[in-house]
Design a protein around this ligand. Structure first.
Ligand SMILES: Nc1ncnc2c1ncn2[C@@H]1O[C@H](COP(=O)(O)OP(=O)(O)OP(=O)(O)O)[C@@H](O)[C@H]1O
Length: 714
């Protein structure tokens, strides 16, 4: 790793070695750490339709600070959709989501962390680097660098990640962290910001039972000790995990099949006539029922509604909505009278998948889910305890009282929350974001751009070009060869950099989308940092190629060489802008490659070397070719400031040379104008350069607009 990716200071190694066993978060940290008050989550009658398809129907539930709640249900029952809705990524068609009694709004975004099902990271950063960059980007400027690093240590310790902190995250081809470690790394990144509410989508998927158990235990302890509201979706938890859950929301076809205390679910199922067999995993049992026959599912949904106290008469519902077989079940278990199929005609709310009728149904229910999301009164005491634990051994405790007081005042609702969250749109300033992202972009792009493969390719190509044009004489006979080197060099590096840039957005799109969705930084800071961070890397390979091949071809003078190199680098920057724009516009890499191929072929054909006789009606197209400007400028530089080109002694194609040869037999040189005009009337060096720079600026601005507005994360 380069020094600034690997420096002890940046990685916070110093602090981690000092506190090898149990890093403590120093007392002063809490004064800078964003103060988060415990917040409850409540969702009432949440219905969500995608198109005409109802995905969630009247889902209710709530979770209080200090509680671990699980959303369970069969596959496709709507768990992820509900979590997306609670996090604000999806807007419910009807119903309400409230945070501490206040409707979910943008301000809550930074108080909610959402750990996605997929672990999205930069593969070539180490776990520690990943956490470090997250801390530097998402923790406020008011917190010192050292405190941020101490917090990284604390979280690494909390999630037992010490052993793998210097391991690369990795990917399929280059293995790094294990699945469980990645999952914990994902959670660690979110914990850094000290969120009040944690939403985790399938945190145990892909983990063995013991790792899954320890992960849920960690979450449970975290919820209790730090007074967080933790909601997870789970697929098939073990019975040990199941009994760790404080609350359970069971979904069945996007509807509540149970909501309440986990320990009471078995009793609830028994009351519905679905008793569990002895020694059966309760989680497996309830999931099997939720996946069971339509009649059982119906019974669960009706039972859940009854349990939630909705304005729903169980007996009537059963009469209205159940099939004959269901009726007999109800008669058997609930002692309800059997009804006949003909009674179904009286059902005002027939079961269908039509969202409109589902919504009508929702509106007709008068009662709402029970409101039980008030913050417990012992919150002050608990938070103080947490605080004591965190600052254990620290001399300073200036932040303690303020934090506790804030926490108490939170319970009252919105106004205090607004104070806690002033109109701070971003956790850090633009400059901090730019600085951190520039470093990160450099560290991420360096192994990709300066890979062994790219280095070897450049060396081999430079040697081939050097040998092909080795010590090319500056004569009319070699003129086309010299121009061939210029055209090839400009073209090759434009292609190389354009396609490298094209792939960079799709590769990091998911990471950026995740970070933007969590409000980590401005897109302008990211984009500027990307351009600046990758700039030195973009220049290294073309410069290496140029030095080798141009030296082998024969230097004219250092000034010409430097000007040619500058032009080559400018043209690669312009090509990079085009690659970035195509990459930003085309979500699909395959489409991007096709568009880029058409663009590069077009720009090559009209570059001024391959085709000299362009039909007049197509001649305008030359002005759209970036190679055209770069190639023209390289010609101007080489032939104006470099060695002159000797006329051919026989059959010269240049008029001046023919005239010279007729007048005397000495050495004559081709006038620069005639060389340049051979392929059409050229623009001046400055005009070409200005057009290239203007083109680059416009394209880069368009890329920014595309990133900012076209693919805006929800
Ligand atoms: N954007 C969408 N367009 C159409 N249907 C969707 C969309 N998003 C989700 N669905 C549908 O909503 C249903 C619930 O999906 P969701 O991903 O929430 O289920 P889940 O319970 O999380 O499933 P799993 O456990 O398999 O991850 C599925 O039938 C899915 O096909």
């Amino acid at each position: 790793l380069p020094w600034w990716c690997a420096s002890k200071h940046w990685l916070g190694r110093e602090s981690s070695t000092k506190s090898a066993t149990a890093p403590r978060v120093r007392g002063s940290i809490t004064s800078g750490w964003p103060r988060r008050r415990p917040l409850s989550v409540q969702f009432n009658d949440v219905t969500l339709c995608i198109g005409k398809k109802p995905i969630l129907q009247r889902v209710c539930g709530s979770c209080r600070p200090g509680e671990l709640m699980a959303i369970m249900g069969p596959s496709s029952s709507g768990k992820t959709t509900l979590l997306n809705t609670i996090s604000g990524r999806l807007r419910p068609t009807s119903g309400t989501i409230t945070i501490a009694g206040e409707p979910l709004n943008k301000r809550h975004k930074r108080q909610i962390c959402y750990v996605l099902q997929d672990d999205i990271f930069y593969a070539n950063l180490t776990l520690r680097q990943t956490l470090m960059y997250t801390a530097l980007l998402r923790l406020p400027d008011s917190m010192s660098h050292q405190d941020k690093m101490s917090l990284v240590d604390h979280i690494i310790h909390l999630l037992d990640l010490q052993r793998c902190q210097y391991t690369n995250i990795g990917e399929v081809m280059h293995r790094g962290l294990s699945g469980g470690e990645k999952k914990r790394a994902n959670i660690a990144c979110e914990l850094l910001t000290n969120p009040s509410i944690m939403l985790l989508d399938e945190p145990t998927s892909g983990l063995d039972s013991s790792t899954a158990h320890s992960l849920i235990l960690t979450l449970k302890q975290f919820a209790e000790k730090e007074h967080k509201t933790v909601i997870v979706t789970l697929h098939q938890p073990s019975s040990q995990i199941f009994y760790m859950l404080d609350r359970l929301l069971l979904l069945c076809n996007g509807q509540n099949a149970y909501f309440g205390e986990t320990k009471k679910v078995i009793e609830h199922f028994s009351n519905l006539g679905l008793p569990i067999a002895p020694h059966y995993n309760p989680a497996d049992f309830i999931l099997e029922q939720a996946k069971g026959s339509p009649e059982v599912q119906e019974r669960l949904i009706l039972g859940a509604r009854e349990g939630l106290g909705l304005n729903f008469n169980m007996q009537d519902s059963v009469k209205l909505q159940t099939s004959p077989s269901m009726n007999s079940l109800y008669s058997k278990y609930l002692g309800l009278p059997t009804v006949h199929t003909s009674d179904r005609s009286t059902n005002p709310y027939p079961r269908d998948s039509n969202c409109t009728s589902c919504l009508n149904r929702c509106q007709e229910y008068s009662k709402r889910c029970p409101t039980d999301a008030s913050v417990p009164t012992d919150v002050n005491k608990k938070t103080s305890e947490i605080y004591s634990e965190m600052v254990d051994g620290a001399e300073e405790d200036s932040g303690r009282s303020s934090w506790s007081e804030e926490t108490v005042s939170e319970a009252s609702g919105c106004s205090s929350m607004c104070e806690d969250y002033p109109n701070m749109q971003w956790p850090t300033s633009f400059f901090t974001q730019f600085k951190i992202l520039t470093r990160r972009n450099f560290c991420v792009a360096r192994p990709i751009i300066l890979s062994w493969l790219n280095g070897t390719q450049t060396l081999i190509l430079a040697l081939i070009a050097g040998l092909l044009w080795y010590q090319a004489p500056r004569t009319e006979e070699s003129l086309q060869d010299l121009q061939g080197w210029m055209f090839f060099s400009a073209n090759y590096w434009m292609l190389f950099i354009l396609f490298a840039a094209l792939q960079s957005f799709p590769a990091e799109r998911e990471v950026i989308a995740k970070e933007r969705a969590s409000g980590s930084y401005r897109v302008s800071a990211y984009y500027l940092a990307k351009m600046v961070g990758e700039l030195p890397l973009t220049f290294i390979l073309p410069t290496l190629y140029f030095i080798i091949s141009y030296t082998m071809m024969g230097w004219d003078n250092p000034a010409t060489g430097l000007m040619l190199l500058f032009m080559l680098l400018l043209s690669t920057l312009v090509a990079q802008s085009v690659g970035l724009l195509i990459g930003a516009v085309c979500y699909d890499l395959q489409t991007g490659i096709t568009v880029a191929a058409i663009f590069t072929l077009f720009t090559q054909l009209f570059g001024g070397y391959l085709a000299t006789r362009i039909p007049p009606w197509l001649s305008w197209a030359r002005y759209l070719s970036i190679v055209h400007y770069a190639y023209q400028n390289m010609n101007i530089i080489q032939f104006t400031y470099g060695l002159e080109i000797r006329c051919s002694t026989m059959n010269s194609r240049f008029n001046s040379c023919v005239e010279y040869s007729q007048s005397d037999s000495g050495t004559h040189y081709i006038p620069v104008d005639e060389i340049l005009q051979e392929r059409g009337e050229p623009l001046s060096l400055w005009a070409n350069s200005t057009l290239l720079i203007g083109f680059m600026i416009v394209v880069r601005l368009l890329t920014y607009v595309t990133l900012r507005y076209l693919h805006r994360p929800k």
